[in-house]
Design a protein around this ligand. Structure first.
Ligand code: IMP
Ligand code: MG
Length: 178
C-alpha cells in the first residue's frame, strides 16, 4: 500500500504532536462550558479519537454523516445528510471536527443546518488540515492542525475511494494510481 504514496506530508509523530497542542487550546477555551463535539464521519474518525483523549473535560460526543464526494476527487457541490436525526445540541457549545477543509461546502452546510434546526449556543470548527485554495464557501475554522497545498491527500482517516484511511501517516497519492 505504501508504494502507492508519492510523498509523506506528516508522519504519525508529527500528527500526534500537533494534536496535543490543539487539544490543549481547546481544553482552555471550553473549560466550564457545556461542550458537545460533533465528528463528521467518516474521515474525522481517527483524528477525533486521538484529539478527544487529550481533552480532559466533561464533554459529549456525537456524529454527523454527510456525503458530497461520492468517491471522486472533486466535490459534487451538493451536500447530503445521511442521518434521519440531527445531534441533540440545543443550548450547548458545539465543536465540529472534520478531517480536512477543502471547498468549504461540507462544513458550511453542516453549520447552516445546526444554526437553523438545532439551537446551539455556539458553533466552532476544528480541522486537522486546511487546503490553501479558493473556497467555494468562506469558512472560519478556529482550530487548524496544518495548512497544506492544494493536493489530494490520504491516510489518518482520509480516503481515496474508501481506501487508505488506515495509514498511520498523511501522504499524497501517486498520480498514475488514480
Ligand atoms: P469540502 O466540502 O470540499 O470542504 O470537502 C470536505 C470533505 O471532502 C472532507 O471532509 C473530506 O472528506 C473530503 N476531502 C477533501 N479534500 C480531500 C483530500 O485531499 N483527501 C481526502 N478527502 C478529501
Ligand atoms: Mg469527510
Amino acid at each position: 500500500m505504501d508504494e502507492e504514496i508519492d510523498k509523506i506530508l506528516y508522519e504519525a509523530d508529527a500528527i500526534q504532536g500537533r494534536i496535543e497542542e490543539m487539544a490543549a487550546r481547546i481544553t482552555e477555551d471550553y473549560r466550564g462550558k457545556e461542550l458537545t463535539v460533533v465528528a463528521v464521519l467518516t474521515g474525522a474518525l481517527i483524528f477525533t479519537a486521538d484529539l478527544l483523549r487529550r481533552i480532559p473535560l466533561p464533554l459529549k460526543l456525537d456524529c454527523v454523516s454527510v456525503a458530497s464526494y461520492h468517491g471522486n476527487m472533486e466535490t459534487s457541490g451538493e451536500v447530503k445528510f445521511d442521518q434521519l436525526s440531527l445531534p441533540d445540541i440545543g443550548g450547548r457549545h458545539v465543536l465540529i471536527v472534520d478531517d480536512i477543509l477543502d471547498s468549504g461546502l461540507t462544513l458550511d452546510a453542516i453549520m447552516a443546518k445546526f444554526h437553523k434546526e438545532c439551537g446551539p449556543l455556539s458553533v466552532r470548527i476544528c480541522v486537522l488540515l486546511s487546503k490553501k485554495r479558493m473556497r467555494r464557501k468562506e469558512i472560519a475554522a478556529e482550530y487548524v492542525g496544518f495548512e497544506i497545498e492544494d493536493e489530494f491527500v490520504v491516510g489518518y482517516g482520509m480516503d481515496y475511494e474508501e481506501r487508505y484511511r488506515n495509514l498511520p501517516f498523511i501522504g499524497v497519492l501517486r498520480l498514475e494510481d488514480h
